[in-house]
Every structure is written in structure tokens, then in C-alpha cells.
Design a binder for this molecule. Sequence first.
Ligand code: SF4
Length: 286
Amino acid sequence: MNKSTKPSVKKMSSKGGSARKSYSRKHPAVKSSQKAESKTATAGKPVLKSAFKSASRPARTAKKLPAKSQSEAARPWTAAEVYEAFSRFRKANPEPKGELEHLNPYTLLVAVVLSAQATDAGVNKATRALFAVADTPQKMLALGEERLRDYIKTIGLYRTKAKNVIALSQKLIADFDGEVPRTRAGIESLPGAGRKTANVVLNMAFSEHTMAVDTHVFRVGNRTGLAPGKTPLDVELGLERVIPSEFMLHAHHWLILHGRYTCLARSPRCEVCLINDLCRWPEKTV
Ligand code: SF4
């Protein structure tokens, strides 16, 4: 889609709402979309399922929305609205970058494996010293599991992760000539690497148009109504379906950064949100 053919979008009216909001209520649009996608949702490996439970669990205190709000929240985004939203993200941040530090595809892969249920900042703190001594599978094997554990002991689940990093390094050497494979199947065959890892590596190392769904992307996809879904795979497939190809290289980072810094889980900053007029969340605060 180029500028001359881009769909037009009307400015939508903003809604009022209460001050403190939490994304614990299921988005009204989820119900209608989850039925159609429930079969595909089981096709991929579940990615950190527990990390997403709280985002889709109905709140104990959830009150019923008025019928009008429910129907507005469930109204799918038009192509013009999606184009408009991503045009704004692009204008605000033309070259978004991931926050996981790495030196090459291998160190990116290791960093993503270490980042499961950990913060990027916490992983970076440990990997700066680790990657200075082990930035290839061969060097990682030479370092050995015990010394690797020492480098990453500040990261949650570090014992299991150290085992996986050693095992995936062995497999890279045995099956892939020591290189990170460029295919989803190849990456997912590595110990500790699932669908989300494959999506991040394919996107960041090899510029593929993949959509990694972490807790932030999952929340933003649901809350905005852009791609409601009950599982990360639902949201991933929904986002891939609606986002124009010209935005897909950076869409993953725009959505992560939006969720991390603006559409916060407990107190979304709707008043400074770039897409607050397009967002379908019935409880947005503007
Ligand atoms: S208006 Fe923006 S910050 Fe608020 S809920 Fe919607 S996307 Fe999130």
C-alpha cells in the first residue's frame, strides 16, 4: 500500500472513563474471534502461557458494560484505521529498536532464550559480560555450563536456561554448521526456543515479517481491539492478518514499546497515547 492508495480514516470521538484502569477484563471482541481461531491456536507451541493468564482473566470486580460500549469495543478496525495507527507509530519512531543487547544472530538467540519470564534490562546486565567471552556456540561450549551459570545467575530460572543454552549450542554445531538457522522449524527445534523466540530472531536477525507476541503485544492487541485473541497465537495471527506488509518489519517493536511505555498494564497512559482516538478499549481514560 503506498501513500496514494492509502485508505482514508475518520477521527473517532474519544470517550470518558474512570481514572485507574486494569486490563483484567476480557475484551468483548475476543469472544467472537476466539471461536474461529481456536483450532489454529493449538497448532503452535504454547509460549509462556502463565505470563498471559492474568491479561485475559476476567476481574472478580468486573462490571457489565453498557450494550453501546460493548458493541463499539467489538467493532473491528477498518483497514484505514490500522493504516493510520501504524503511520503514527512510524512517524513517531521510524526505526524502532529492540532492547535486548546482542552482537550477532547467535547472541540474539541466547538473549531471547534467557529473557523468558525476565526483563530485558535484567538479561542485558548479565549478557554484557557473558557475550564478551562467549559470542559463538563454540565459545559457549568452551565456557561450559557451570561457568555459564555464574554469568546468568541473576536471571530467573538460570539453571534450566544454562542447560538449554549449552544444549542449543551443541545442536547448532551438530546440525546447522554453528549458524542460527533462518527457518522457523530450525529455530523451534533448538532446546529452550519456542515460537516467540523464532519470531524475534527471524524478525531482528533476518528481517522477516514475523510478529512475536509477548505480554505487552498480547495486551495491546486485545485491549485496543486490533487483534483480540485468547492466546498469543490468536493475537499473532490476528495482527499478521490486519497489519499492512509495509509496517510488518517494525510492527513488533512498535507494539512492544507501546505496551511497555504507554499502554501500561495497570495504568495505561491514554492521555498521551498516539492512537487513543482509534483504540476500542471501553475503559480508556480519554
Ligand atoms: S487509549 Fe492507548 S493507552 Fe489507552 S488503552 Fe487504548 S491503546 Fe492503551
